[in-house]
Design a protein around this ligand. Sequence first.
Ligand code: ACO
Length: 326
Amino acid sequence: MRRARIIGTGSYMPEKVMANSDFEKYLDTTDEWIVTRTGIRERRIAADGEFTSDLAVNAARKALDMAGLTPTDLDLIVVGTITGDYPWPATACIVQDKLGAGQCGAYDLSAACSGFLYALNNATALIEAGNINRALVIGAETLSRIVDYEDRNTCLLFGDGAGAVILEGQDGDQGVLSTHLHADGSYLELLYQPGFGTAVTPTEALVRDRGYFLKMQGNEVFKVAVKMLTEVAQEALAKNDMTIADVDLLIPHQANIRILEATAKRLKIDQDKVFVNVDKYGNTSAATIPVALDEANRSGRLKDNNIIVLNAFGGGFTWASACLRW
Ligand code: ACO
């Protein structure tokens, strides 16, 4: 069968580190509270003038290098992001231009923290159908630009970064075995950016009242996230006639160590088979999974024919999973 196989991975994290101690200096919070409640110790923040497209391009170049390809070899660029350089045109078009990737198709997918898995699903389907042969799939975010740094409930959770994979159509058993997408739009107001878009009129009051920034009801998000992350991983296993014992590595969306631990417990998977780097980068939304996949790949943790499950949950609500044979 024609499958989409990952033949290159790359990631890029901005240089600037924001540690928990930086929040202690001006917010009513402590390193101890943040580590205990979230597992996060530090996150990366894009430099002035460094945009989502720049992070994406840096990650993409590394993935192309690993794949031994040049940008003009690509048939498609899909970027999962909710923090594109502009509302439009798509950040993928800007990435295409900065990479020098000719005139291949390029568009963004907006599915918040599930954005990379939505994009992976999309590119995989196009490859399996024979429409294209090589795709660059990216998750990239500069969440620091939409986070309210006066809101201690949200600001310490998020960071900036980008990860990328190159997918190529190959015959055989290795590659993306299945992908699974879900959404429930009735949860809109638990996690969203209410003050930006054509539904709102930009006014001085909106900016003054901090309406522009991301809003979240963390407790409510937490409960639904654990349930859906568990169920969507189980869906991927059932689809491939596998059990949790078949999984060599689970790479979940990195939101919060307690969400990761609660999901692992429900799935009955050993914690040492769960990839964790939330301590270093916080929640980078669509970027967490491709960044983690790249770190796992470059550290030699992914072996030929390993079964890898990816699962994500985010604003929308959206949730998704993928099962890969490496
Ligand atoms: N420092 C110190 N105290 C704080 C802070 C802070 N930064 N933030 C909140 N508190 C206080 C609260 O005011 C509250 O005080 P009170 O009891 O006096 O009212 C207390 O700590 C507990 O607050 P909770 O909101 O109940 O804390 P909780 O244990 O739920 O942790 C958190 C909050 C970390 C946001 C958690 O709910 C969470 O991680 N939710 C998931 C959200 C998430 O990850 N969203 C990302 C997008 S979706 C996704 O990626 C899965």
